[in-house]
Design a protein around this ligand. Structure first.
Ligand SMILES: N[C@H](CCC[C@H](N)C(=O)O)C(=O)O
Length: 257
């Protein structure tokens, strides 16, 4: 049976999107998810996202990494899902939806989506890195040679090494540009490669930079391979609330297989 698929991208983090309000997609078929995300044999994407009905909210988000496994929160995917929901007529310019990490508010205007992220209160500071969870787990460390280093090798060593091991983490490399701007490159768990942007990742970097006093700003610019994102928050003694991820979310194509 033919199925309709859409593709959206948020600063180069790209997703196969499915309107699953009729529950037609087989959510247990990890091989099919991996096939759809395969950049040679399938459509090609960093992840796959289902839009589903919710009894009380505008919709529900189900996220799968490119390896076919359901995973934790995807910030850029959440932003793309809001754009998708608007294009389908499910919402107008505001949304409240449920994802694996809880409830999210969002707004969309002129192709820019503001997505409220989890509050963060447990930022673990180590000698050479910071670890925190912004809906997905993130390891954050500085990288002086950020424009020219082997991110796949360095990233996978950290992602699979202790203490993360098989469960793993996403790995973000950061370089300070100025008081309100940071350059970020991310090795993503479940893609097992660099992605051009990672929404929960830049959220983690922004909060980590504030925690490390690399900036006193509460609106921070993050320059990623695929474009520019912003993160804003209220910070009260290492408790980060009212956290928002802001950036473009763009329709790419609609097709059937
Ligand atoms: N690969 C991540 C989920 C997607 C995160 C990323 N695409 C984002 O925009 O937050 C993980 O398994 O933890």
């Amino acid at each position: 049976m033919q199925q309709t698929f859409y593709k959206y991208q948020g600063t180069g983090n790209d997703f196969v999107m499915i309107d699953n309000r009729q529950q037609t997609f087989n959510k247990k078929d990890t091989k099919r998810v991996a096939f759809l995300c395969d950049r040679r044999f399938g459509i090609g994407a960093d992840g796959l996202i289902l839009l589903e009905n919710h009894p009380d909210l505008d919709f529900k988000m189900v996220y799968y990494n490119a390896d076919g496994n359901e995973s934790t929160m995807c910030g850029n995917g959440g932003r793309c899902l809001v754009a998708f929901a608007k294009d389908l007529g499910v919402i107008k310019d505001k949304a409240v939806f449920e994802a694996i990490d809880g409830l999210h508010h969002a707004e969309i205007k002129d192709g820019i989506v503001k997505l409220q992220m989890l509050d963060v209160e447990n930022v673990e500071e180590y000698d050479k890195h910071v670890f925190l969870n912004t809906g997905s787990p993130h390891h954050v460390q500085f990288e002086e040679q950020i424009e020219d280093f082997d991110i796949k090798s360095k990233g996978s060593q950290i992602r699979y090494g202790a203490p993360y091991n098989q469960a793993g983490t996403n790995v973000n490399f950061v370089k300070k540009i100025n008081e309100d701007t940071f350059r970020v490159r991310t090795y993503e768990r479940g893609v097992e490669d660099e992605t051009l942007s990672c929404g929960t990742g830049v959220t983690a970097v922004a909060i980590a930079m504030h925690t490390l006093k690399q900036t006193n700003n509460t609106l921070i610019n993050l320059n990623v391979e695929g474009g520019k994102l912003q993160v804003c928050f209220d910070a009260e003694n290492k408790l980060y609330k009212n956290v928002w991820l802001i950036g473009p979310a763009t329709y790419v194509f609609k097709g059937t297989i």
